[in-house]
Design a protein around this ligand. Structure first.
Ligand SMILES: C[C@H](O)[C@H](O)[C@H]1CNC2=NC(N)=NC(=O)C2=N1
Length: 113
């Protein structure tokens, strides 16, 4: 089953290692595992035609986050949104972050991108 279709887990919240994450990134095109201030995060930049479209996508991702009470870092620029998922309370990436990354991709598929 695709990551996006899986429910977030409220239990079994454990950090994944790079070795565990790497194969799962096959389902997440252009998502990268990056480390900032010693905290691993999943990051991807999306391209848009202008600022308004970038801002609209930012809001959609924000609504997804509020619905699941799991929140990304969002950087909105002209024609570009950078989304980063990780779990603050654990200090790294768990399966839920991969699911949210996949759902972020799916927002644009349904919009016809
Ligand atoms: C109380 C509430 O569950 C926490 O503050 C949530 C909110 N959203 C969150 N989002 C993310 N990405 N990581 C968290 O640890 C987190 N914690």
């Amino acid at each position: 089953m695709r990551l996006a279709d899986q429910p977030l887990s409220t239990h079994s919240r454990q950090l994944l290692t790079r070795t565990e994450i790497d194969p799962l990134l096959a389902d997440l095109p252009a998502w990268q595992l990056v480390e900032i201030d010693d905290v691993p995060r999943l990051t991807k930049s999306y391209a848009f035609s202008n600022f308004a479209e970038a801002l609209a996508f930012t809001t959609q991702v924000g609504q997804l986050a509020e619905a699941e009470n799991h929140h990304p870092a969002l950087l909105t620029e002209w024609g570009k949104v950078t989304v980063s998922w990780w779990t603050h309370s654990l200090g790294g990436v768990q399966r839920n972050d991969l699911i949210m990354a996949s759902r972020t991709d799916r927002l644009l598929e349904t919009a016809g991108h």
